[in-house]
Each structure stands twice: as C-alpha cells, then as structure tokens.
Design a protein around this ligand. Structure first.
Ligand SMILES: Cc1cc2nc3c(=O)[nH]c(=O)nc-3n(C[C@H](O)[C@H](O)[C@H](O)COP(=O)(O)OP(=O)(O)OC[C@H]3O[C@@H](n4cnc5c(N)ncnc54)[C@H](O)[C@@H]3O)c2cc1C
Ligand code: HEM
Length: 340
C-alpha cells in the first residue's frame, strides 16, 4: 500500500507524469540501452523499439498502476500485473534487473520533469515503482517455480520436425523437444517466445501463440510474414522463419506463458487478446459465424483443433465461431493449478 505522504505527492504529480509519458518512455529506453546495450541482445524486441510500438508500455503501466492505487487505496491492483509477469517470464527477466530499470526510469522522470522533480516527488514515484516491482518479481518467481525453471533456464532447444505453408503468407512450425524435460500442456491463448540470432549477429525474441494441444513432445505455432513497405523494412524474425529455418534446424523457445485462456463459456477470450488477435489475423474475427479456411489456419489459438486433454471432458463444444473453445468454469482451478 502506498504511504499517505507518497499518495498525496503522486496524486498531485500524476497529471504531469501522464502528460509526459511518451517523452519519459523515450528517454528511459535511450538512457537504459546506452548503459546496458546487452538488453537489446536477446531481451528487448528491437522491432518494437524501432516502430515505436510498446515504447510507452512499461512507463505507461507505472502511471496506470499509480492511478489504480489512488482510486482504490485499500488494495494494490495486482490484477494489472499478470499479463506483464507472463511476458517477463517468457523472456527470462531476473529480479536483479529491476534495479536497472528503476535507475533509468527514475532518471527519465527526473530529467523530463526538471525542477518539478523534487526529492519528495522522486521518492513517491520510487515507492510506486517498487510496489509494482515487488509484486511482479513475486509473480514471476511463482511462474518460474511452478514450471521448474529459473530465469536462466527458460530457454530450451527444439528441433523443427515439420514446416508447412498454410496460406501465401503464413507458415506453421511443429517443433520437437530434444531434451528430457516434460512438455507441459499449454492453455488456449498461451504463447512461447522464439529467440533467434539475426543476420547481424544480434539475438532477438518474438512471441508466437501456440496453436495446438500438446502431446508431451511437441509445440506448434504459425508465423505470418510481415511485409515491408512505406519505408518500413520487412519483419526480421518472420522473414527469417519463413525463408531460412527448415526441417531439421534447431530453434530456441522459452516456456509457454500467457494469461488469456478462457474460463467460462461466456468469456471465451479475454478482451485484450481478443482485440489483438483479431487485429493480427484479419479474417479471423471473433465474431465470424464460421471460419473461412484461411481463418482456420491463421487463427492464433487452437480453434478447430483438439482441446488439451486435461480439459477435454468439460470442453465446451458449443461454439462454431472462429475463437477459442472454452472450459467450463469448474475446470479452471484444476487447469491453473496443474498447468502453471
Ligand atoms: C503475445 C503475442 C503473440 C503473438 N502471436 C503471433 C502468432 O501466433 N503469429 C504471428 O505471426 N505473430 C505473432 N505475434 C507477433 C510476433 O511476435 C512478431 O511481432 C511478428 O512475427 C513480427 O516480428 P518480425 O521480427 O517479423 O517483425 P519486426 O522486425 O519486429 O517488425 C515489426 C514491425 O516494425 C517495423 N519496423 C522494424 N524496424 C523498423 C524501423 N527501423 N523503422 C520503422 N519500422 C520498423 C516493421 O516494418 C514491422 O512492421 C505475437 C505477438 C505477441 C506479443
Ligand atoms: C516495475 C517494473 C516493470 C514494469 C512496470 C514493466 C512493465 C512492462 C510492460 C507493461 C510490458 C508490456 C507487456 C505486454 O506486452 O504485455 C513489459 C514488457 C517487457 N518488459 Fe517490463 N516492466 C518492468 C520491469 C522490467 C525489467 C526489470 C525488465 C528487464 C530488463 C523488463 C523487460 C521487459 C521486456 C524485455 C519486455 C518486452 C518488451 C518488448 O519485447 O518490446 N521489464 N514490461
């Protein structure tokens, strides 16, 4: 819970922080990457940085968290954090890295606000940051622990067993484990991060949704080619996966994460993923009555495919739409407990 003193300061400075969030985000990343260039080698997605997407996400979420803390001071808004923790866990983010982000974010806030950033103001925002950071570290520790990994061992080599074309611009990969580690069942809407070395030698991570119930040895995901144009270069990872990765090659994938599996028949997709998936896969709208063949192959969840075995008994088969089929609510506890 935020202290009374900090609460008053955050309340007074939230409008100015929110107003300058774009600038704070830009300065934060610039400052952090110049001190820690290694974070652009296998941790941060440089396509997102270059295209400006996501730049505001981190700094913006601190402001959003502060807003919620002010609205409901009696409880910390932990529900805002799950999605972030899952993304962090898919990238192997470590607790000690929170100090780095803290240092550069606080620097960017102070630098942007100038004289308005008194020690009192800096202290109050630092408190918000660490409330959030401790919750994230805690949840991430839980995610790593439940999967029996550490941040250093989330990455795992897989062999490409199959690669097939779904449509002109979508290919599907089936990868097979080459170690003894269990391949845990994924839940609808979950994803893995693929990490590949780019032609310039830099490691890059990208997320891909899992598209099939797992059989204990494989993962499957589909990749849409990102075309260039209008001054934008072609997507680097999707181009590499389409053109250069073939059957027999090795791919590095992280553990499966993602919070957007459905819980009740009326809540098949949580709204953020529902929006982003339908944006990402035109023709695969959550409202389409029947999926087109195109939609079927492109849908980023396991639509029209087998449900995970643990879920099968209670899997709702009522939906004919192009969307994730849902477990009934009673299944949720068992699923989350056994599949984290
Ligand atoms: C949770 C999640 C699940 C996802 N699931 C899937 C999935 O199932 N299938 C799928 O295909 N994708 C999925 N994605 C998207 C995927 O992770 C990648 O973002 C996508 O493949 C593009 O990566 P890329 O490396 O090819 O493109 P990038 O190289 O990252 O480029 C992305 C965009 O930025 C632009 N850009 C890059 N550099 C510059 C620059 N210097 N100047 C201007 N513009 C630039 C590119 O032109 C392109 O438009 C998912 C993403 C998330 C977050
Ligand atoms: C309190 C501290 C932090 C907050 C509030 C925060 C917030 C966020 C948010 C909101 C996202 C976007 C999530 C999504 O796309 O769903 C994100 C992604 C990410 N975060 Fe954090 N984060 C924090 C700490 C860290 C730390 C310590 C690191 C490690 C250096 C880190 C690395 C990343 C990376 C690599 C991504 C993915 C970004 C991309 O690929 O473009 N974050 N974070």
């Amino acid at each position: 819970m935020l202290s009374d003193k900090s609460r008053r300061v955050v309340e007074a400075t939230l409008p100015v922080v929110a107003e300058h969030i774009g600038e704070i985000a830009e300065r934060f990343y610039e400052h952090m990457f110049s001190a820690h260039p290694e974070l652009l080698d296998g941790v941060f997605n440089r396509g997102n940085q270059a295209s400006g997407e996501q730049q505001r996400a981190l700094a913006g979420s601190v402001a959003a968290y502060a807003t919620k803390l002010l609205e409901t001071p009696e409880r910390t808004p932990e529900h805002l954090l799950s999605r972030i923790a899952h993304k962090h866990a898919s990238l192997g983010i470590r607790p000690d890295q929170y100090q780095i982000v803290n240092h550069h974010l606080m620097w960017a806030i102070a630098d942007t606000l100038g004289q308005a950033a008194t020690p009192e103001v800096a202290g109050a925002w630092n408190e918000v940051y660490w409330l959030m950071a401790h919750s994230l570290i805690h949840e991430e520790r839980g995610l790593y622990g439940a999967r029996g990994v550490t941040p250093e061992t989330v990455w795992r080599p897989w062999e490409v067993e199959k690669k097939f074309r779904e449509t002109r611009d979508v290919v599907t990969f089936v990868v097979k484990r080459i170690d003894d580690r269990l391949v845990r069942t994924s839940l609808p809407g979950q994803y893995v991060t693929v990490r590949l070395r780019m032609p310039d030698g830099v490691l890059q991570p990208r997320q891909y949704s899992l598209t099939r119930a797992d059989d204990g040895a494989h993962r499957q995901f589909s990749v849409k080619r990102v075309e260039g144009g209008d001054g934008r270069p072609p997507g680097e990872m999707s181009t590499l996966l389409h053109d250069s990765v073939d059957v027999g090659d090795m791919l590095t994938l992280s553990l499966r994460t993602g919070t957007s599996y459905s819980t009740t028949p009326g809540d098949r997709w949580s709204s953020p993923r529902r929006e982003s998936a339908s944006r990402r896969w035109p023709g695969c709208s959550p409202t389409s009555r029947r999926p087109s063949p195109d939609c079927r192959s492109r849908c980023s969840t396991r639509t029209w495919r087998r449900p995970p075995s643990r879920c099968a008994a209670r899997w709702s088969m009522t939906s004919s739409n192009c969307r994730t089929r849902s477990c009934t609510s009673g299944t949720r506890t068992a699923l989350t407990a056994s599949n984290r």
